[in-house]
Write a protein that binds this ligand. Sequence first.
Ligand SMILES: Cc1cc2nc3c(=O)[nH]c(=O)nc-3n(C[C@H](O)[C@H](O)[C@H](O)COP(=O)(O)O)c2cc1C
Length: 354
Amino acid sequence: MADVNLFTPGRIDGFDTKNRLIMAPMTRSRALAGGVPSDLAIEYYTQRASAGLIITEGTAPCADGLGYARTPAIESPAQVAAWKKITDGVHGKGGRIFCQFMHVGRIGHSANRYTKTQLVSPSSVKAAGQMWTDSMQMQDFDAPRELALHEIPGVVDEYAKATKNAMAAGFDGVELHSASGYLPMQFLSTNTNLRTDTYGGHVNNRIRFAVEVLEAMTKAAGSAEKVGIKISPAMPFNDISDANPVETYTTLVKAIGSMGLAYLHVLQSAPEPSYFKMLRPLFKGPFAAGGGFNKDSGNAMLASGGADFIVYGKLFTSNPDLPARFQKNAELAAFDPNTFYSPGAEGYTTFKSL
Ligand SMILES: Cc1cc2nc3c(=O)[nH]c(=O)nc-3n(C[C@H](O)[C@H](O)[C@H](O)COP(=O)(O)O)c2cc1C
């Protein structure tokens, strides 16, 4: 493995990747009302087509799954048509793009949603904290209601429908967002899952939702090779915590390790314990590592065999041609947190390639 670096072509099952850089899923809050991606997103993603693989911003698989201001969904014909223009743009530049399905579960506010339904979660445990709304600035998270047992197959099916929509929109694959305190992680974690039925309690029950969703997405995509998953073990973001993350995530990854998935994407948010080291041997397939990598640490990770792909987030916001800049040892543009979620082109499509 010693000769593998960021510029070695890779393989994400159905296709060869130009390099080993994956653009991380990043919410950028430029979508139009009703969860429709704006035309600005065509330029934004197309500018970044030199990544080995682009993973889109978190995209709601269904109206219930949308919680943030100006974020997109992929359930309606208008949303699918808008995404098709984006995938066409990326493919036109020889890029590849997966759609990340982000169902927020309990992390949302009614002012950001186009449905009037209440937030849903494995249990009715309100998240501590606040989020941005355009009409009322910062607001406490809404309280969620507990999903009834008989409703869960319907939620799983919404991911399957979204997968079919993503395929119709020309995506190369789909990623289940099971990280950062959103719905699948709410099922995995002991502070948000207080259920006593087959979806709660024992770890084998808490992983059930994520496994069933991956199976449904695989069936809808026609192949597991088109389905990836992102996890962020022990990450406290969005008021989430688990009594035993080592047990939870080793159990989950063992359960999905032989499904033939496109990849396992792990966001490591603290130095120790290394979930990269712990989980890589349990997963038979491409392993993507993310969280604070630069060029040197990415190359070192690949050379050591610790991962097959490196996922870069913030650096891709301000360096659309990040692979070329790394390869040429060119200067990197500093990212600008002030424009991560602001409306309009500024800080979104205004960072140019060299
Ligand atoms: C502006 C911004 C938005 C993000 N939105 C998402 C998201 O929608 N889905 C997701 O899985 N992670 C999201 N993340 C996390 C990134 O995917 C990535 O895991 C994280 O930024 C760590 O990588 P980095 O240190 O290379 O930026 C976001 C990060 C940033 C900076």
